[in-house]
Design a protein around this ligand. Structure first.
Ligand code: SF4
Length: 266
């Protein structure tokens, strides 16, 4: 069992500052009786002020991801041999003692939406009175659709234009799936932050402006450009390239095109 409370953080990824946003509640289905037996959890942070904008939240780090992004710094959350699983029942017991003290619970990763029974865990979080947040890269739009009734807020990584995804994720068709997830979230009206991490070699006119224009034209209003933290990247070629921060032209463009624009990690 996890100690409770306080519960030690098992998540080693450093937090970054985020800016508050208003979260919108969705219609909530009735409680699901099934147990989320297939939820594979690799880490848990009992309290964060930066992973769910404007809310005090706990973060559940799900294990595994179908992509292999070159700049991923969560390799410890992806490999089966590195998994030291945490039982959902232990986290739920902790959350029961945090009612009235926490605002929300964020499911992060890894990639939460490929988990077998994420919806049941989200239903239980709702039943305890917490808001539900989700960090996702959007690799499974059909699964994301089933989660929509539970979601109060989503942080969605849009890594590039669809055609440029395979060079980052190593997976053909990944861009089309991520953008389908984006359009699904926009259509559903879920409170949303879209994030992009800078890649080595990107230029403003060739890669960044077309991406930002397409996101703004699609209806994205809250957008974050994230500096690349090279030292923790899984690809050695990126790890030795040095950190990459947004060019001034991209910052000007973001401030012009998005109502809520954030530069993160600089
Ligand atoms: S989608 Fe996220 S967790 Fe998965 S490999 Fe890419 S950066 Fe890592």
């Amino acid at each position: 069992m996890l100690p409770s409370p306080p519960l030690d953080s098992l998540h080693p990824v450093p937090a970054e500052p985020r800016i508050a946003a208003t979260c919108k509640r969705q219609a909530v289905p009735s409680t699901c009786d099934a147990q989320p037996a297939e939820l594979r959890i690799a880490g848990f942070t009992p309290l964060t002020t930066v992973d769910y904008p404007g809310e005090l939240a706990a973060v559940v780090f799900c294990h595994g991801c179908p992509w292999q992004c070159r700049y991923c710094h969560n390799a410890h959350l992806l490999a089966d041999e590195d998994l030291a699983p945490i039982a959902w029942a232990d986290i739920r017991a902790f959350l029961e003692q945090r009612r009235g003290l926490l605002d929300g619970v964020v499911f992060s990763g890894g990639e939460p939406t490929v988990q077998g029974d994420l919806a049941t865990a989200m239903a239980e979080v709702k039943a305890l009175g917490f808001k539900v947040g989700l960090h996702t890269g959007g690799p499974a739009p059909e699964r994301l659709a089933r989660l929509l009734p539970w979601l109060d807020w989503v942080g969605l990584d849009i890594k590039a234009l669809p055609e440029d995804y395979p060079a980052i994720t190593g997976v053909a068709g990944s861009g089309e799936r991520a953008w389908a997830s984006l359009h699904q979230l926009l259509a559903a009206g879920v409170a949303l932050e879209v994030r992009t991490t800078l890649m080595p070699g990107w230029r403003f006119a060739e890669e960044l402006r077309p991406l930002m224009d397409r996101l703004a034209d699609a209806g994205v209003t809250r957008y974050a450009l994230q500096a690349l933290r090279a030292a923790t990247a899984r690809d050695p070629a990126i790890a030795t390239a040095g950190d990459i921060t947004p060019p001034a032209a991209a910052i000007d463009c973001g401030a012009t095109r998005f109502a809520d624009f954030i530069v993160r990690g600089v």
